[in-house]
Structure formats: C-alpha cells, structure tokens
Design a binder for this molecule. Structure first.
Ligand code: GSH
Length: 241
C-alpha cells in the first residue's frame, strides 16, 4: 500500500521487484491515509504498509518491511552474525538519519507555507553530513566491495535509493552539486538506479502519479513549476495537514 509521491513506499516496491515477488498495489491519496480503511491497517497513518496473505502478516514502517521471509537464498541479506548486524546498523542509520532529515528538508524547501531559510539550511546541512558518513563507509571498503556491507548488494543499500533519488529536487541543486565531495556515494547511487528492478518501480510510479493527477516531481498537473506550486501553498490554496 502506497501513496505515489512519497519515497518510503518505493523502498518496498524496489525490494519486491528485486526479489521478483508477486504483489498487488493498493494506491492511496495522501488525504485518505489518516482515515479508514488505511488507518485500520496502519494506525500511524503513513505509507507504506503491507498485508501478506501467505503468512497473515500485516506490517508498516518501511524499514521493517524487508520481506526477508521470501529471500530464502539470501540474495539481499547475509546469514552470518557479523554481516547481519552490519546490515541492520545501516538500515537503522537510513531510517533515523536519512529518511526523517531528507523528508524535513523537502518539506521546508517546498511544502511549508512560509519560507524559513534557517530550517532549510539545518536539514540541507544534515543531508550533506549523512552523505559524508556514507562516503566514509564506502571509502573504507576494498575495490571489489562496492556495497555498504560485505561484497554484495543488500536491502541496506537499496533502502537509501528512494530518498537519494529525490535529492536534486529536495536540495534544489544539480547532481554535481548534490554529490560534491562524495564521489563514492555518487558511484554507488548511480549503480543502484541502473538496476532493472528500480526502473520497473519507477514505471509503476509514473503510472500511479498519473492516476493521481500528479507530475513526476509531485507537483499537481496544471501547475507549471515548483515556484508556482510554492506560491499557491503560501497563499493557502493547497491543503496540507
Ligand atoms: N518511518 C515511516 C515513515 C513513513 C512516512 O513518513 N511516509 C510518508 C510518505 S513517504 C507519509 O505517509 N506521509 C504522510 C503524512 O505524513 O501524513 C516509514 O519509513 O514507513
């Protein structure tokens, strides 16, 4: 269950696609996720959430939805204690360090009714700091170990993609500026977004955004630019809770 613009749901879709699992989308408007039937599935009223008919498991919080029960060959995870813990560590860093700060930056940059430059700066600096931490993690790896943990891609790498993918819009910078000083992160990110599974996830995204009358960047159709959108938000012409 997903809302099309929010990055967190695409983490789940990316994993489902990478593991070639069968799944069915339920797409919700942001306006509908704080009320039934969605709130009956996730009392936190946020996406994503899954209902797994094979196991009876209902789950919310994207970091928890790593569908490891279906990764029986350990394609995206490790079996040994050390690497299992390291993956978990990076997933927690993503959930606490990347998601909330990147999200707040996007909020203050585009959706908050008043431009508060100091708030944008705080979160933009934090984004740069998080990218710097990832740069250190990747720089400590050997040349044949281009992933965050061990020598293969895991769910920990994949978790960072949907937010990193939006960074140019969130920071309002070119990709060269976004990745200035973090070349290993850029290389790693560019490898991840080339994966067919990510491309398939994006194809679904385009379709669902279209159904919800949204442009690729989340701006409603009929509004030309981010600047026009922000002006409408400032005038109270768009509704957010
Ligand atoms: N920690 C949660 C965050 C979920 C979250 O914030 N999702 C956003 C979309 S990316 C959402 O549903 N926002 C709607 C709202 O805040 O009302 C997770 O990772 O699942």
């Amino acid at each position: 269950m997903n809302t099309s613009p929010g990055p967190n749901g695409w983490k789940t879709i990316f994993l489902l696609e990478e593991l070639s699992l069968n799944y069915e989308f339920k797409s919700f408007h942001f306006d509908d996720i704080k009320k039934p039937p969605f709130i009956d599935i996730n009392p936190n009223g946020r996406i994503p959430a899954i209902e797994d008919p094979r196991t009876g498991l209902t789950l919310w919080e994207s970091g928890a939805i790593i569908v490891e029960q279906y990764d029986t060959d350990n394609r995206l995870k490790f079996d040994d204690m050390i690497h299992r813990n390291l993956c978990n560590q990076l997933l927690h860093f993503h959930m606490s360090g990347q998601g909330p700060y990147f999200g707040q930056c996007g909020w203050f940059q585009h959706l908050h009714a008043k431009k508060i430059q100091s708030a944008i700066d705080i979160y933009a600096n934090e984004i740069k700091r998080v990218l710097g931490v990832l740069e250190i993690v990747l720089s400590k790896k050997g040349d044949d170990e281009q992933w965050l943990v061990g020598n293969k891609m895991t769910y920990a790498d994949m978790a960072f993609v949907p937010w990193n993918f939006r960074l140019s819009e969130v920071l309002m910078q070119s990709w060269d500026e976004v990745f200035e000083g973090t070349p290993r992160v850029r290389e790693w990110h560019e490898k991840l977004v080339e994966l067919p599974s990510w491309k398939r996830a994006l194809e679904h995204r385009v379709r669902l955004m279209d159904e919800q009358r949204l442009q690729w960047n989340g701006v409603p159709k009929g509004i030309e630019t981010f600047a026009d959108y922000e002006e409408k938000i400032e005038k109270g012409e768009m509704k957010y809770d």
